[in-house]
Design a protein around this ligand. Structure first.
Ligand code: UTP
Length: 234
């Protein structure tokens, strides 16, 4: 049994309330939890972005807008807990210490955001460090990490493998405002570098990509590690 921390992007799980993928992800998470100790950090998705836009238009500062984003991530986390039923610890962990405590139940532990100035990727990166995860998986809506934003730069190069330092160079060039949209936030990238815990950024638009990654090691995405060893399957 390995410990796995998954950052499940809101843009994947709940891009909008109407188009959510919760039903498809429940069996995938249950299957992983049958073999491993599992922590899932849920993002804010489309609703967080909408609320943050409204807050900004009202002239509300970034830190307060972040707090509103955090509330939405926790709302999404509550929805996932309810959908998982008995399989999940019944309360959203509001700190890393609480997540560790809830894990004593042997159930799937779900978190959302915790503190302004970062995203749920950073929450998950620190959680991976604190629970000694074998792997930190970032489930996102792109097919891997690129040298620059492929939507804006036609010459952007996609990577199968990166070192944590190369990742930091890439994300360090992107900005950090409430609701900012980069593949992994810079705080998370720094934690990945210092923890030496392997990171797998994988395409979660098809939930089977996550189950395949863990069971067979076959997946679409990018591995970030300073080790030569194969990270997946577990
Ligand atoms: P997300 O983690 O969902 O950010 O948090 P994201 O980059 O939009 O990721 P996806 O699209 O879900 O994959 C939403 C917002 O909530 C605030 C930030 O403003 C963030 O942009 N937030 C979240 C925090 O301030 N602190 C946290 O710990 C988490």
């Amino acid at each position: 049994m390995k410990t796995i921390v998954i950052s499940l992007g809101g843009s994947i799980l709940i891009p909008s309330l109407e188009k959510n993928k919760i039903k498809e992800y429940v069996p995938v998470l249950e299957e992983i939890a049958a073999h491993h100790r599992l922590f899932v950090v849920v993002g804010g998705g489309g609703e967080a972005r909408r609320y943050i836009t409204v807050a900004r238009n009202l002239g509300i500062d970034e830190g307060t807008s972040d707090e509103i984003g955090i509330l939405i991530t926790r709302l999404n986390a509550n929805l996932l807990i309810a959908a998982l039923g008995e399989g999940a610890y019944p309360k959203v962990a509001e700190s890393h210490a609480e997540a560790k405590k809830f894990a004593e139940s042997k159930k799937i532990v779900i978190m959302g955001g915790i503190t302004p100035g970062q995203t749920t990727d950073a929450v998950a990166a620190v959680l991976a460090e604190r629970v000694g995860a074998s792997v930190f998986i970032n489930v996102t809506s792109v097919d891997g990490i690129y040298s620059s934003d492929p939507k804006k730069d036609k010459k952007a190069k996609r990577f199968d493998k990166l070192t944590p330092q190369q990742l930091l160079d890439i994300v360090g060039r992107a900005g950090l405002g409430a609701g900012s949209n980069i593949v992994l936030d810079v705080v998370a990238a720094r934690i990945v570098e210092r923890s030496h815990i392997p990171l797998v950024v994988l395409d979660g638009r098809d939930p089977r990509n996550l189950s395949c990654a863990i069971r067979t090691g076959e997946f679409t995405g990018t591995v970030v590690s300073d080790k030569k060893k194969k990270i997946l399957p577990l």
